[in-house]
Design a protein around this ligand. Structure first.
Ligand SMILES: [Zn+2]
Length: 237
């Protein structure tokens, strides 16, 4: 089965569904991960179309480009840890995807779907404090609107610690739970590849928090550790 994971930033794929990705890979499913924005939130418009023009000196741009490159390498090794080599980076402006038209993002997703032909798609929750996460959710809904002959059977959304839980009132209400008892260790190892993104507990983007969250969803689903998803839409014939 072809499974498409659409995320805004490097590390969202691990935080949101690293255990489930590992499980898919172990079961020989074909997983493709597409990372839309650069993930360097301090980035301030070098040459990006549709991005606000800030005054910024060349030295800062060069330093940011170095960080972006490093983050991509971290991302490749994190995804490899999860068993996925098919990773695509799109370089949309970070934390400014609201400045890109819905049409542009939707068309990009439609093109990816056409080429990769996924049966299932996973993306962010629309009830999330991060603007890029919300943009991807709405563009994914638009790109997967059911048409005759549609191949995408299921669309899921997931939470990203340090973002989804900070949306109030909370509306991430999962109804699908995946046992990641055997995959949690690898999920944590994958997050450790993102050295620049990890924080100390109690920050939600910490190794200890991954344990807490996996256990929390475990208590909801009867597993020792779980990841939680919301089934946005299912089409069955
Ligand atoms: Zn993100």
């Amino acid at each position: 089965m072809n499974i498409l994971v659409l995320v805004a930033h490097p590390d969202d794929e691990v935080l949101g569904m690293g255990g489930t990705i590992k499980k898919f890979a172990k079961n020989n499913h074909n997983v493709k991960i597409v990372i839309f924005a650069t993930g360097i939130s301090s980035r301030r418009s070098s040459n990006f179309k549709n991005s606000t023009n800030y005054v910024i000196d060349k030295k800062i741009i060069s330093e940011m480009n170095k960080q972006i490159k490093k983050l991509k390498l971290d991302s490749l090794s994190a995804c490899k840890k999860l068993g996925v080599n098919d990773v695509e980076f799109l370089d949309f402006p970070d934390n400014e995807m609201d400045l890109v038209s819905d049409l542009e993002v939707t068309k990009k997703i439609e093109k990816i779907i056409k080429n990769f032909n996924p049966e299932q798609i996973f993306t962010h929750s629309g009830f999330d404090v991060n603007v890029d996460h919300r943009k991807l959710y709405s563009a994914t809904l638009a790109a997967t609107r059911p048409k005759p002959g549609t191949k995408v059977k299921k669309v899921f959304s997931f939470e990203v610690p340090s973002s989804t839980e900070w949306f109030f009132p909370s509306q991430f209400s999962p109804n699908v739970f995946v046992n990641i008892e055997k995959e949690l260790k690898v999920k944590k190892e994958a997050l450790q590849k993102y050295k620049s993104e990890i924080n100390d507990f109690p920050h939600p983007r910490s190794i200890e928090a991954l344990d807490v969250i996996a256990k929390k969803w475990g208590t909801v689903s009867g597993f020792k550790s779980a990841e939680a998803f919301y089934l946005v839409r299912e089409i069955s014939d």
